[in-house]
Design a protein around this ligand. Structure first.
Ligand code: ADP
Ligand code: MG
Length: 212
């Protein structure tokens, strides 16, 4: 049913050409299901296993909406661990190569806050990090979300398992009501449904049960 060519999407020629140069010839199944909805501005609950290409499913969406001329945080990605945040940041940087001067900052715990605050003071378009540290920057005023367009909860089930539910809700209390919220999860327990009801608006659910 779904067209799996990236060219079927309403993406800029620069993003399309970069995908070709990365060797991304076809969308993975979760990308084919998610990207048309994401680019259409819908809130999404996407369920798919590790390795299925979820990062590009939200990464291309947030990059398509980015206004590089406005140096404010327009996309925020919450991840359970520093390792996963670093992986997401790396993949978004690859996807963003075609766009000039996109500034991405990673904000994770277990490392001093001051250098992150200094980086933030120069401005960023995209922030990727763990909920506790992002909340800390919001509380101390070094991170500001009034220009936020896209909020991503990546590996939402793991974040809940790790006890980040309350921090996530507090982070979201700093975000504008008018935004797109994308929730990615490998599983869909009741806690995720409950979180979605609190933070999403008429979410569309997509699911890929197996990798291929
Ligand atoms: P997930 O978040 O679902 O675990 P990732 O987003 O980390 O998966 O993607 C897994 C790997 O697949 C990455 O190395 C990524 O570069 C690659 N990848 C993603 N989408 C495509 C695609 N459409 N074509 C080829 N490789 C892809
Ligand atoms: Mg992932």
């Amino acid at each position: 049913m779904n067209n799996s060519e990236f060219s079927s999407l309403n993406l800029s020629p620069a993003l399309q050409e970069n995908l070709a140069s990365l060797g991304y010839l076809q969308m993975t199944p979760i990308q084919a299901q998610s990207l048309p909805l994401v680019l259409d501005g819908k809130d999404l609950i996407a369920k798919a296993k590790t390795g299925s290409g979820k990062t590009a499913a939200f990464g291309l969406g947030l990059l398509a909406k980015l206004n590089v001329n406005r140096l404010e945080v327009q996309a925020l990605v919450l991840c359970p661990t520093r390792e996963l945040a670093d992986q997401v940041a790396q993949e978004i940087r690859r996807l963003a190569r075609a766009l000039p001067n996109v500034k991405l900052v990673t904000l994770c715990g277990g490392t001093p806050t001051a250098p992150q605050s200094a980086t933030l003071s120069f401005g960023a378009h995209i922030a990727v990090g763990t909920p506790g540290r992002i909340l800390k920057h919001l509380e101390q005023g070094t991170l500001e979300l009034s220009g936020l367009k896209t909020l991503v909860l990546d590996e939402a089930d793991r974040m809940l398992d790790m006890g980040f539910g309350e921090d996530i809700n507090r982070v979201i209390s700093y975000a504008p009501q008018q935004r797109q919220t994308l929730l990615f999860s490998a599983t869909y327990p009741e806690g995720i449904a409950q979180m979605s009801r609190g933070v999403q608006r008429n979410p569309v659910e997509v699911s890929v049960e197996s990798l291929h």
